[in-house]
Design a protein around this ligand. Structure first.
Ligand SMILES: [Cu+2]
Length: 109
């Protein structure tokens, strides 16, 4: 019983973050990927073809989001900065050029 109460609290705590993201989505870019802790979040994202995705670097190091198929490349994103890229149709896996173990995927249809 204690365990399920704890999960309920964790879910409640996460809700405001999801809400903040969707509010922001109404503004400019329809989607946002946050880079923190040397990871992309969400690591996997579905968008409509041609939609903009904003990559936000909230980390302490510069990063890139570079599609393996060349569909998009943020270039070096300094800590505290962000950039929007348009996502063409297709399934695009991407990595950070500086930290190849950082992986993400965006599917645009
Ligand atoms: Cu990186």
């Amino acid at each position: 019983m204690k365990i399920s109460r704890r999960s309920a609290i964790a879910l409640t705590a996460a809700a405001p973050v999801a809400l903040a993201n969707s509010v922001r989505a109404a503004g400019h870019a329809a989607h946002e990927v946050v880079i923190a802790g040397f990871a992309f979040s969400p690591a996997s994202l579905d968008v409509s073809a041609g939609q903009a995705v904003r990559f936000v670097n909230n980390d302490s190091a510069p990063h890139t989001a570079t599609a393996a198929d060349g569909a998009f490349d943020t270039g070096a994103l300094q800590p505290g900065t962000s950039i929007e890229v348009e996502i063409p149709a297709g399934e695009h896996s991407y990595t950070c050029r500086f930290h190849p173990r950082m992986k993400g995927a965006i599917r645009a249809s």
